[in-house]
Design a protein around this ligand. Structure first.
Ligand SMILES: Cc1ncc(C[n+]2csc(CCOP(=O)(O)OP(=O)(O)O)c2C)c(N)n1
Ligand SMILES: CC(=O)[C@@H](O)[C@H](O)COP(=O)(O)O
Ligand SMILES: [Mg+2]
Length: 591
């Protein structure tokens, strides 16, 4: 029997003789590779903290001692050792366990994560709570990566934590990479610490943390010894571990960007499983990234900004082509937005590429620094809508609602690659307002997308099909599901379909036509119904005295968990089947 099979909780782990832990780390690594190779997920980060995970649960009294995993994509080993080994094959699947720590899933998941750099603040909150309850012994541990600790929120926590008389233990897991290589002055400083060439003063000691390290994070006895030493000390402490992302799988160590979340791969050779067909439409992110390079060639005022997602957003193409005009600022969404505002104030045309879910962190900057000054920052909002297996922390469900209420914003969402390309072309000609262009994770619908540029007038929509009594108004890529649903019903003459393109400003001329012609209206979007595009249409109808029934299809008022995008769209009621069901019902009403 394997050692791993005997561990159902950290209680079992703590009963193992210490000399067996190295063998256990080998088994844990193999188990993670086994499951992730078949079921997909985040690989490199979890492989890099196998020794640390075992040591933490062995030495500390979890779950009483609080353990928080920043971002949480490295917590697979933690999940497996804390009673979820037999369910780990459902990781990130619909109805299965989450790919991130989640309080409702286990008492060992002290705090839910997914977005980065929250662990230090959450840990401080828990430590202060313990102190107020008269417990000065409990330990509070935040495991945070080198890219995440460079974020503003982590610095806020360091600044506060350093003056507290509370049990705070930060484990800095330094592998010198985020998803893409880490950037910035802190990265440079940490590199110098590792080389032993850092200045005398240690940055963390200056902030009043008791610093220890750097320690080889794959030398299990050394990690155990360091943790035991830290346990003897009270107050704010930081242990600096050096690890290798992807440790234990050659390809993952050698190609850390790809093996961050590699998709399926051969468990034995490590080779990636090829995708079924090369003749697929392009990913929206690539249409954005490659089109931006074309536009930057003809317009030297264009600059590109990404907060730590050059590969995921495909801004990497512009970074390669124009290294002086494209910037990875690290995990710093707030800085990315305000820096873009500064650039726009100076007459540049900043394309700020940012995932919908991560833009949430820079909401005040969007309002206060961009919109209030009506600065023409172009937000290229990727991963809008349901994103799939990353689940509730990562869905881009709210951008339509949270942007629509901001004065001066123009919100465009393309139904296909050509519309995305043409809108990127349009805005660089000069729109004079902030613009949000939102598009989903995944592929578009057409292969020959590199068509000649055309301008898209602001607030213009497209009539796709004229009908007699039911108008379906769709926004963005999800409109393709509506096209399929209408086709599946045999293109009934009653149903008209419109690609509305703009959530703000609305194409009011079109809406007057639609409300004058049709008896029933359906709106369709891949964002929250509350406050989104459907709400905008209802506001229009209300303020113009139209009385038709308006059915709003979109993401309902609950958090959608993880699964394939198809499963989740069905769950939310916006899949092709769900749209078909809705249209059948409405056809009964009008026939
Ligand atoms: C606020 C926020 N921005 C961006 C991301 C996307 N993201 C997930 S992991 C990651 C890199 C994290 O790097 P690091 O902290 O060094 O951890 P490692 O993966 O190396 O363990 C990024 C940018 C995120 N999760 N949250
Ligand atoms: C953990 C995290 O936040 C990222 O790794 C995220 O999962 C990336 O998402 P994409 O795969 O859509 O780029
Ligand atoms: Mg890292």
């Amino acid at each position: 029997m394997k050692l791993l099979d005997s561990i159902h909780s950290p209680e079992d782990l703590r009963k193992l003789p210490e000399e067996k832990l190295i063998a256990l780390s080998g088994e844990l690594r193999e188990f993670i590779i086994d499951i992730v190779s078949a079921k997909e997920g985040h690989l490199g980060a979890s492989l890099g903290v196998v020794e640390l995970t075992i040591a933490l649960h062995y030495i500390f009294n979890t779950p009483h001692d609080r353990l928080i995993w920043d971002v949480g994509h490295q917590a697979y080993g933690h999940k497996i050792l804390t009673g979820r080994r037999t369910r780990f094959n459902t990781n990130r699947q619909f109805g299965g366990i989450s790919g991130f720590p989640k309080r409702e899933e286990s008492e060992y998941d002290a705090f839910g994560t997914g977005h980065s750099s929250t662990s230090i603040s959450a840990m401080i909150g828990m430590a202060l709570a313990a102190r107020l309850k008269g417990d000065n012994e409990r330990e509070h541990i935040a495991v945070i990566g080198d890219a995440s600790i460079a974020s503003g929120m982590a610095f806020e926590g360091l600044n506060h934590g350093g003056v507290l008389d509370a049990n705070l233990l930060i484990i800095l897991n330094d592998n010198a990479i985020g998803i893409d290589p880490s950037v910035g002055a802190l990265k440079r400083y940490l590199t110098n610490v590792k080389k032993g060439t850092a200045k005398e003063e240690n940055i963390f000691e200056c902030l009043n943390f008791n610093y220890s390290g750097p320690v080889d994070g794959h030398d299990l006895p050394a990690v155990m010894e360091a943790l035991r030493r830290m346990k003897q000390i009270k107050g704010p402490r930081l242990l600096h571990l050096i690890t290798t992302k992807g440790k234990g799988l050659k390809q993952a160590e050698e190609n850390q960007i790809v093996y961050h979340a590699p998709g399926r791969f051969d468990r034995k050779t490590g080779e990636l499983t090829p995708s079924p067909s090369s003749d697929q439409p392009p990913k929206y992110q690539d249409v954005f990234g490659l089109t931006l390079v074309e536009l930057a060639e003809i317009n030297d005022r264009i600059v590109g900004i990404t907060p730590a997602m050059p590969t995921g957003s495909s801004l990497k193409y512009m970074m390669e082509a124009f290294p002086n005009r494209a910037f990875d600022v690290g995990i710093a969404e707030q800085h990315a937005v305000t820096m873009s505002a500064g650039m726009a104030a100076e007459g540049l045309i900043p394309f700020c590429a940012i995932y919908s879910t991560f833009l949430q962190r820079a909401y005040d900057q969007v309002i206060h620094d961009v919109a209030l000054q009506d600065l023409p920052v172009i937000f290229c909002i990727d991963r809008a809508g349901l994103v799939g297996q990353d689940g509730a922390t990562h869905h881009g469900a709210y951008d339509l609602a949270y942007l629509r209420c901001i004065p001066n914003m123009i919100i465009f969402t393309p139904m296909n690659e050509t519309e995305l390309r043409n809108m990127l072309f349009t805005v660089q000609q000069g729109v004079d307002h902030p613009v949000a262009i939102r598009y989903p994770r995944g592929r578009g619908v057409i292969s020959g997308w590199r068509t000649p540029f055309e301008t898209i007038p602001v607030a213009s929509s497209r009539e796709l099909v004229k009908g007699t009594s039911i108008a379906l108004l769709s926004l963005g890529h999800i409109g393709n599901q509506a096209t399929k649903a209408i086709r599946a019903l045999g293109n009934p003459k009653e149903i008209g379909h419109y690609d509305m393109r703009f959530a703000k400003p609305l194409d009011e001329i079109r809406l007057h036509e639609v409300f004058s012609r049709y008896d029933l209206i359906v709106t369709l979007e891949d964002g929250s119904i509350s406050g989104g595009f459907g709400s905008a249409v209802l506001e229009f109808a209300n303020s113009n005295g139209y009385r038709q029934k308006v059915t709003c299809l979109g993401i309902p008022d609950r958090f959608i968990e993880q699964g394939t995008i198809e499963e989740l769209q069905d769950d939310a009621g916006i899949s092709e089947e769900a749209i078909t069901r809705c249209l059948i019902q409405l056809l009964h009403e009008v026939r």
